[in-house]
Design a protein. Structure first.
Length: 571
């Protein structure tokens, strides 16, 4: 997107925003078609969710049919209006317009029929929602043929080819659903900023149902006034609005010392990865595309609010860091703070767990976690994305969220190999800007004291165990398996070992031992394992001594790569 174009341009001015390239044309039409589709899908989902409590079971089959029809239109729009679709022709666009018109008429007819059925049942609670669906379907039916006819004519001329039809548009990073939030289980004050009244109403309905307090603003100016008048925990901010665009509002928020700590999630029906990157760099917490997935919406908001709570606790440290760094360094530090906010707290009890994480001077892709799967099974993992930078960090966060929410359909999280196989299917490198990651995943059974584990191209974990401390032995725990995302058909295997009365498990990234010593030689995995085996295990903070060992070897407290280290022991 042209950085010289004002951010407060209205939807009708999208030609100037995205330019008259072929990709820009497709983006504008895709945006304009998705808006009414978002309304249809959103309000249909509301009716589905509230069917039982509102007595709407008799109309539920019809609502499901409308939702399926709108989903089909959405899929067709995404396919034929993508710059990556190579088999486009004027006839394709004309046929797409006819398809949308025909399917929209089905939705209109269904909405009218369901409204009559509600009248017969003397149940008017769904009337407003059905009217919104019908109105959105009429707008879609009436506008789609003309827009697509114009696109077909534009394609038919030589202008598309002369301005670069075959644009190389990067693939969109996969957003993984996280924790599904049930109504009434959360709290927080949210501000929804969108110039479209139906979008505001839909978001407000959904979020209030989940337990949030929701306020609404119809433009950027009104949003800033409300933010300065009262306290909000999070802002959902539309990108394209009249008067003042979402990016400009985001700039104002992040430039205000009082407001800049409020998490902002950008929302838009417009596909623009450049705008997404600019918003993330400017300080946006996340990005959601219309129409919204209910699970993803709740998960992203919950994750952002959790980060804000941790941020509030460390506000003084955060401010000192921002003031001491240049603009780019401050943005990277904020991203590192976000990654840290997702990491687990130390544990004491049946399972003792502690960790150390020292990010390098670049934003990296190390991430880890541990948690009780149930009363008997304890899971631990560590992953390392192949690169550094914002892309690597976003990928590691997406994987963390998938694991935290256990949102891998049909996966038994007590089976490490099954988890790695599912992640390999969910995160192919072709869909992640050619990024892949290594991983170690283990599950300990506290009753049988068996540790099951599987690895994907990751350094082995080091297990020090035995009947007692004096007779301890060292095991390096690793299985065969390629990094996640490299080959879709890869097979991962489990191995098991015993956790004897004395046991210490160390899981780490390669940054913990691939260190250049002061004399120029390289510390090896064997050197690191020998240090762990010979270290005192009675110290109050044994990990501190390991960091001291590495800092002495390096000759400084700064490391070239992210250093992540977990220590776990079963009582």
């Amino acid at each position: 997107m042209d950085k010289n174009v004002p951010e407060h341009s209205a939807p009708g001015q999208l030609d100037r925003l995205v330019g008259e390239t072929w990709a820009g044309r497709l983006g504008r039409v895709r945006h304009d078609l998705r808006n009414p589709l978002s309304e249809i899908l959103g309000f249909a989902e509301i009716l589905q969710e509230e069917a039982s409590e509102r007595g709407l079971q008799p109309i539920l089959p019809g609502v499901n049919t409308m939702h399926q029809t709108a989903s089909r239109i959405f899929a067709e729009v995404n396919h034929w209006l993508s710059p990556d679709t190579t088999a486009q022709s004027p006839q394709d666009f004309q046929e797409l317009g006819q398809t949308i018109q025909k399917l929209s008429e089905r939705i209109i007819a269904s909405a009218e029929s369901l409204s009559e059925k509600c009248d017969e049942l003397q149940n008017n609670s769904a009337g407003d929602d059905l009217l919104r669906i019908e109105g959105a379907a009429r707008r879609l039916r009436d506008s789609a043929p003309a827009m697509l006819q114009e696109l077909a004519l534009w394609f038919q001329t030589s202008a598309a080819n002369s301005q670069g039809v075959a644009l190389d548009v990067p693939a969109r990073a996969r957003l993984t659903p996280e924790i599904q939030t049930e109504p009434g289980t959360v709290s927080g004050s949210l501000l929804v900023v969108d110039d479209n009244e139906s979008n505001r109403a839909l978001l407000a309905r959904r979020l209030r149902r989940q337990g949030y307090t929701v306020s609404l603003a119809e433009n950027g100016r009104q949003a800033l006034e409300k933010l300065r008048a009262r306290r909000f925990d999070l802002v959902l901010l539309d990108v394209i609005m009249p008067e003042m665009g979402g990016y400009h509002v985001l700039e104002r928020i992040k430039a205000d010392p009082v407001l800049r700590h409020i998490p902002v999630i950008m929302i838009s029906a417009l596909d623009d990865l450049d705008m997404l990157a600019r918003c993330i760099q400017k300080g946006a917490e996340d990005y959601l595309a219309k129409p919204f997935d209910a699970v993803l919406l709740g998960a992203r908001i919950g994750s952002s609010l959790e980060k804000k709570r941790l941020h509030d606790q460390e506000e003084r440290t955060y401010r000192a860091l921002v003031e001491s760094q240049a603009h780019l360094a401050a943005e990277l530090a904020e991203a590192v703070s976000y990654v840290k906010s997702l990491l687990p707290k130390p544990l004491r009890g049946d399972m003792n767990a502690d960790w150390r994480f020292i990010p390098s001077n670049q934003l990296g892709g190390d991430a880890f976690g541990y948690w009780w799967l149930d009363d008997q099974h304890f899971a631990v993992y560590l992953l390392d994305v192949c690169s550094h930078g914002v892309g690597a960090a976003l990928l590691s966060i997406s994987v963390m969220n998938a694991l935290r929410s256990q949102n891998l359909p049909g996966v038994d999280f007590r089976d490490p190999a099954e988890v790695l196989t599912a992640l390999n299917r969910a995160f192919p490198m072709e869909s992640q800007n050619n990024l892949y990651f290594t991983m170690w995943f283990g599950v300990a059974n506290k009753d049988t004291r068996r540790l099951k584990f599987s690895t994907a191209g990751h350094p082995p974990a080091v297990l020090i165990t035995g009947p007692e401390t004096s007779s301890r032995k060292v095991e390096k725990l690793k299985t065969s398996g390629v990094p996640i995302g490299t080959f879709s058909e890869s097979i991962y295997k489990n191995q098991e070992t015993m956790l004897y009365p004395f046991n210490r498990l160390f899981v780490f990234s390669d940054g913990a031992y691939e260190i250049v010593r002061q004399d120029g030689s390289m510390l090896t995995l064997e050197d690191f394992a020998q240090h762990l085996a010979g270290r005192s295990f009675d110290a109050a903070d044994s990990l501190h001594s390991t960091l001291g060992f590495l800092e002495n070897a390096r000759g400084t407290t700064f490391f070239e790569d992210d250093l992540a280290l977990i220590e776990i022991s079963l009582k």
